[in-house]
Design a protein around this ligand. Structure first.
Ligand code: TXA
Ligand code: MG
Length: 325
């Protein structure tokens, strides 16, 4: 496709980044890699550009976007007030897979935040994202670059699959390294609340934050309670086939025999029981199994520690289960 440009993930060619930056300045859409998943970016201070994101993704307008920044200075300009906790967390985890929700300054358009008084900020670590933010020299609003309700894209091919010519340029730097989205931490609540588990683990956050809440509806923490808010919709990461989850191999094998006895085409998520590896490959595997038109997808859950907690959360959502089963 002519709007896909391959770039070196470590050392992207300047010409490609400049072209992408130029498009962003002109209010166009650029898909770019971050260390978590690919994002669908637009100039965050240009309401019309931001509206294009919602159109392209067919994302409901009540779901706010993450604003990506080049550095802490750029983030501060988008915040209503200074916040000691923000400084501590940014110091420790930025650039990285942590998104911080703070009170927004008047510069952030309502289109970005779905009319909320808060804004979600993240400084990504991926060299291509960092170069783009530096050269464009503007904050970039970007959700994951998938069609709403599809698994997040961890390869440029996934972006092409879902968005094709709805995006003006795709920077293809190969597969992303983490594979699950950033952790979203709400600093406007006291104590701060994890709205979405992700690339930075709860254990890591604990080393900086004394106290922490986990928003209702997140992962298997608080089964069956009400949903917390935007982005908490179950079925959010859903493949087309139903997903069934198991804690042990024995349970899974029993179910495979049962399903095969019924003549079902069984798809299995390959899980080496290394949660980081599963995180990196999960979304691509779900897409692949969908493409093979299996009748059902089975997976063993990783333990709920480190990045495993985020993977469990995505699997529960893919299964459309009241999280916590
Ligand atoms: O890793 C990531 O976070 C990727 C890359 C591209 O940065 N982005 C991503 O964006 O996953 P998205 O839009 O797919 O998910 C953003 C999440 C949503 O659950 C959204 O509801 C939440 O962040 N969010 C954004 N702004 C918020 C706000 N002001 N208050 C509460 N939640 C917010
Ligand atoms: Mg998303």
């Amino acid at each position: 496709m002519k709007n896909v440009v391959r770039v070196d993930p470590q050392n992207p060619a300047r010409a490609a980044i400049e072209r992408a930056a130029e498009l962003l300045r002109a209010g166009r859409l650029v898909a770019f890699p971050t260390e978590t998943v690919y994002g669908l970016g637009a100039h965050a201070l240009d309401p019309q550009a931001v509206r294009r994101i919602f159109d392209a993704k067919q994302r409901p307008d009540w779901d706010p976007l993450i604003v990506h920044v080049r550095d802490v200075g750029m983030a501060r300009k988008l915040m209503k007030r200074q916040l000691p906790q923000f400084d501590l967390l940014a110091e420790r985890f930025w650039p990285g897979a942590l998104t911080l929700v703070v009170a927004k300054s008047g510069r952030v358009p309502d289109e970005v935040t779905a009319r909320r008084p808060t804004v979600a900020l993240r400084m990504p670590r991926h060299p291509v994202a960092a170069a783009l933010l530096t050269i464009a020299d503007l904050p970039v609003a970007a959700p994951s670059a998938n069609r709403f309700g599809r698994p997040s894209p961890t390869r440029a091919e996934h972006v092409v699959e879902d968005l094709r010519d709805r995006v003006d340029l795709i920077l293809d730097a190969g597969p992303t390294t983490l594979g699950v989205e950033s952790t979203v931490l709400d600093l406007t609540q006291s104590p701060p609340a994890i709205l979405r588990p992700g690339g930075v683990s709860r254990e890591e956050l604990q080393t900086v934050l004394g106290e922490m809440r986990i928003a209702p509806g997140v992962s298997d923490e608080l089964a069956g309670r009400g949903l917390a808010g935007p982005g908490m919709t179950l079925k959010h990461y859903a493949p087309r086939a139903p997903v069934e989850l198991f804690e042990t191999n024995e349970q899974l094998e029993k179910r495979v025999l049962e399903l095969q006895g019924q003549g079902k085409r069984v798809g299995m998520v390959v899980n080496s029981m290394d949660a980081a590896v599963l995180a990196r490959t999960l979304f691509a595997q779900l897409r692949e199994l969908d493409a093979q038109a299996v009748d059902v997808i089975l997976c063993i859950l990783p333990a709920a520690e480190g990045i495993g907690w985020a993977v469990r959360d995505r699997l529960f959502r893919a299964a459309g289960l009241p999280v916590g089963k």
